[in-house]
Unconditional design. Structure first.
Lengths: 404, 136
């Protein structure tokens, strides 16, 4: 076993060596521009792009013509939301999203608010799921888009996408989902799930960074989006720019591998994740799961280790790569807004750790990480005045904290 | 973020971890910060009441590595100082000693606050106690 150990697979994943092998010829030998229509270099590149489009479409149950390549999921989210907002501006100006969305969605919505659009940010329940009745009631005759993520990047909670899509379609509203964390990890089918637009990213599924895609439905309903970049009219006018052929080949191959290995891989990772969770719960008191365990990605665990601040825990397990919802580890110095939306108190948010397992993690690594975390949590609790007070039975709500 | 060697040393080998009996009249206790803010420091001094010299100091901290290091360092510095000398410890001294980056300056401020709170608690106990002793 080699250290450091990578347990941060929601942030990014290593590129699968099989993906790299598939990509390599497209740098030096088959380097053509897929838009070059009059020589073999171009045809070769176009063929490779078509093949990748097919691999992606197959994974999500779409047709190849519904796949638009982008630079990644942030661009896909921007293109979907701004593209729909602009295209359907005459129909309405209202967008519905949720408080736990990724910043690529939330900040895009905030930008649109500055341009006269109205955005509803749905709260979520304590388990991280949106309330479908509340969603239904939020729809007005001005609503043009519902954008709700498939699975959350921090807590791994999977939204009832199929039902959300059904509600959207009943009301004649388009449904976009950020599928970044779900595609390739759990079965996603744009037809069965009633999805109109879906953002995807290659580097979260063992593909390369810098390439992603947007699924745009062509039939019932036929979705139109306004391009957000002007240029050569690539990707059927929706996204100009010379195609990143090696990246696209890599994304296609990554999707192909996911489709083939998902049943076995998700089962294996679920077992490892559950082992990690069960070990913590057995060995430590006062640990809390954030978000629904039932509606959750198989490889995600988000746990609060009460009375142990997240950054200090990360410092103690410096040969393990994980993330924390603690303020100290964020750029904004605010604790995780996702946990806040679940109603997790700031005190517990500061103690949260996200474990994201992936294809290349082993059971030996899980055992090692569990052991390290337990050891450091125990050590830091010896150091924690809060743990001492909790053991003495102090009611924290009655303490007069002398905050700065 | 990269931590300085001194922060890492205090984190890995925290000095003077523990607690004194809060009700002991020779003990001053300061607790600052709040769980919601991600930092709580408890710092205690045990003072030789005859000389006013801090004989021992202990801490417990909930917070990031820099907060742990700041309070661990504070206990080292407190020992052997008189209570009035202790009040002269400034957060900037801690920042310099531990090479804390700007985002971690609040940890040093908290440590200074904890020292002041602990000394303040000790002094309060002493003044409350004197009239009682005078009567005895």
């Amino acid at each position: 076993m080699k250290t450091p150990i990578y347990f941060d697979n929601h942030a990014t994943t290593p590129t699968d060596p099989r993906v790299v092998d598939a990509m390599l010829p497209y740098f030096t030998q088959k380097f053509g521009n897929a838009a070059s229509r009059n020589h073999s270099f171009g045809w070769e590149a176009e063929k490779a792009v078509d093949n990748a489009r097919k691999q992606i479409a197959d994974l999500i149950g779409s047709t190849t013509k519904e796949i638009v390549f982008t630079s990644g999921a942030t661009e896909s989210d921007n293109l979907a939301i701004k593209g729909v907002a602009e295209m359907y501006a005459e129909k309405g100006n209202h967008i519905i999203t949720a408080a736990t969305e990724h910043k690529a969605v939330l900040d895009t919505c905030k930008k649109l608010e500055k341009h006269g659009y109205r955005v509803t940010y749905l709260p979520v329940k304590a388990d991280g799921l949106v309330d479908l009745d509340m969603l239904r009631e939020s729809i007005t005759d001005k609503t043009i888009l519902i954008t709700l993520m498939y699975a959350n990047n921090e807590i791994g909670v999977i939204q009832p996408v199929k039902e959300i899509g059904k509600i959207a379609h009943e009301k004649g509203v388009l449904f976009h989902t950020d599928g970044v964390q779900a595609v390739g990890k759990v079965p996603v089918n744009v037809i069965q799930d009633n999805i109109d637009l879906m953002s995807m990213s290659a580097h979260k599924i063992y593909g390369p960074k810098g390439v992603g895609a947007l699924y745009v439905r062509r039939k019932s309903p036929r979705v139109q989006i306004t391009a957000q970049m002007d240029g050569g009219g690539h990707e059927r006018g929706m996204r100009s720019g010379t195609l990143n052929v090696p990246g696209i080949v890599g994304m296609g191959e990554a999707c192909g591998i996911c489709q083939q290995e998902m049943p076995e891989e998700s089962k294996r990772l679920r077992h490892l994740r559950d082992k990690l969770k069960n070990t913590f719960e057995r060995e430590l008191d006062e640990v809390f799961i954030n978000g629904s365990m039932e509606h959750r990605l198989p490889h995600n665990l988000n746990m609060s280790f009460a009375y142990v601040e997240g950054e200090s825990l990360l410092m103690g397990i410096n040969d393990v790569a994980v993330s924390s919802g603690s303020a100290c580890t964020s750029a904004t110095l605010e604790p995780s807004y996702v946990l806040k939306a679940l109603g997790v108190g700031d005190d517990l948010a500061h103690t949260s750790i996200r474990f994201g397992l992936g294809r290349f993690n082993t059971e030996e690594e899980v055992d090692y990480v569990a052991g390290r975390v337990i050891e450091v949590v125990r050590k830091l609790r010896e150091l924690s005045p809060l743990y001492e007070m909790a053991k003495e039975g102090v009611d924290f709500s009655k303490v007069q904290w002398a905050a700065e | 973020m990269a931590y300085s060697d001194k922060v890492l040393d205090h984190y890995n080998h925290p000095r003077n971890v523990g607690s004194f009996d809060k009700s002991d009249p020779s003990v001053g206790t300061g607790m600052v910060g709040a769980p919601e803010c991600g930092d709580v420091m408890k710092l205690q001094v045990k003072v030789d009441e005859a000389t006013g010299v801090i004989a021992d100091a202990k801490f417990k901290t909930f917070g990031c590595g820099s907060a742990i290091a700041s309070s661990s360092l504070a206990t080292e510095w407190l020992k052997g100082k008189t209570v009035d000398e202790a009040l002269a410890i400034k957060n900037t001294d801690i920042v310099n000693e531990l090479s804390l980056p700007p985002v971690k300056i609040h940890c040093s401020v908290l440590a200074e606050d904890a020292i002041k709170a602990a000394i303040g608690d000790y002094k309060k106990k002493q003044t409350e106690r004197k009239p009682v002793e005078a009567q005895a």
